[in-house]
Design a protein around this ligand. Structure first.
Ligand code: NAD
Length: 362
């Protein structure tokens, strides 16, 4: 066993089917009495469901303008609204964008947070926040943004569109993959990472192929959401590497969609890092095999799964311009995150070109 340092993060996690009605009790247990509910414009109905469950006794109001990459102008309006209502906590129901708004409010006000995740992004389990001002996205790690309670209700993921199910699931897998080869890896997080990868890689094809309203679908959704929690916990606990650096660059500077970008890039970065992270890749390949996915390499296995489920495989189809690849390589090689493979600008440019073309990585 190699030496390691492990910092456990405090977390209260409620996981199950039909858990949402316990939201009122969770607000009271936090010692709060006035919750501001947060959603995107697309999930107002879910926010209203929360308002109904907590009643006038615990509801301060609802703010429905959460949006991707946590723009600071949206946050400032939400903070002013929370203060006007005298809210003492936020309930963020939705994906990473809504969780991000809750974290941004907590960062500025110290309000407590309950997160009800409805995608597999994993932000709910991390002390990380990325915020955008103008076109610049800045990420920081601070315990001020770690949510107090995560309430997972599998039923809320039944409406997640299939494409986002796949891409958000691969976004989660990416956290676990990088946790396995990070410089600060540890055996607890390694175990969670492999559990998360196995659960998601097994569940995603089942979800895509299950008839709606079947027990099989609920069971697969349950496995996927568990996988998302396991992978999100990896993201919160250890440092990430080249894959996350490239995805932050492509999302922050070139405005590519978050989960799609992770889905296209992951197999390419795995192939790039593979020779320098052989043990991690062998473990990932075993996890894929345990989930029923057999391939010549871990990277090839992820690419095959995405391709077979009609997910995005090229940066070109996400709207990235070929002439911007060099600029992306230059940004991704500046202030790099520690990475097993070399961070040479020309090598990164070739990696990005492969991802832009959508060729299957070896
Ligand atoms: P998202 O939150 O932007 O959701 C995409 C869309 O799907 C939204 O319109 C949302 O309302 C809708 N949606 C979500 N769940 C749904 C459901 N169950 N049914 C129907 N519609 C649903 O997407 P995301 O990929 O979850 O989050 C991306 C954002 O999260 C990015 O800004 C990213 O930077 C951030 N993120 C942060 C961290 C972190 O640790 N700080 C981790 C992962 C992602």
């Amino acid at each position: 066993m190699k030496s390691f340092t492990y910092n456990a993060l405090p977390a209260r996690v409620i996981f199950g089917i039909d858990t949402l009605p316990s939201i009122a009790q969770e607000i009271k247990t936090l010692g709060c009495t006035k919750a501001l509910v947060l959603t995107t414009p697309q999930q107002i109905a879910e926010g209203q469901q929360v308002l109904k469950l907590i009643g006038a006794e615990l509801a301060a109001g609802i703010y429905t303008e959460a949006t991707m990459h946590t723009p600071t102008d949206v946050t400032e309006k939400a903070v002013a609204f929370a203060q006007e209502l005298n809210a003492d906590c936020v309930v963020a129901i939705g994906g990473g964008s809504t969780t991000g708004l809750g974290k941004a409010i907590a960062l500025r006000t110290g309000l407590k947070q309950i997160v009800v995740p409805t995608t597999y992004a994993g932000s709910e389990a991390t002390p990380i926040i990325g915020e955008t001002a103008g076109s610049v996205k800045k990420t920081q790690k601070t315990m001020k943004v770690l949510p107090n309670v995560i309430l997972y209700d599998v039923k809320l993921t039944l409406t997640l569109p299939l494409r986002l199910t796949l891409t958000s699931g691969v976004n989660a897998v990416a956290h676990a993959v990088e946790a396995l080869y990070t410089s600060d890896s540890n055996p607890i997080i390694d175990g969670l990472a492999l559990q998360g990868i196995t659960a998601l890689v097994r569940a995603l094809p089942q979800i895509m192929h299950s008839p709606l309203d079947s027990d099989a679908l609920l069971s697969a959704r349950s496995d996927a959401l568990f996988g998302a929690w396991a992978c999100g916990t990896c993201l919160g606990a250890v440092g990430m590497s080249l894959h996350h650096k490239i995805c932050h660059t492509l999302g922050g500077t070139f405005n590519l969609p978050h989960a799609d970008t992770h889905t296209v890039m992951l197999p390419h970065v795995m192939a790039y890092n593979g020779p320098y992270a052989k043990e991690a890749m062998e473990k990932i390949a075993s996890a894929l095999k345990a989930a029923g996915l057999v391939a010549d390499s871990a990277a090839g296995g992820i690419w095959d799964m995405v391709k077979s489920l009609n997910g995005p495989t090229s940066l070109r189809e996400l709207g990235m311009r070929e002439e911007d690849l060099d600029k992306a390589a230059a940004i991704a090689s500046q202030h790099p995150y520690p990475n097993p493979g070399p961070l040479d600008r020309d090598l990164l440019a070739r990696l990005l070109l492969n991802a832009w073309n959508g060729t299957r990585p070896e």
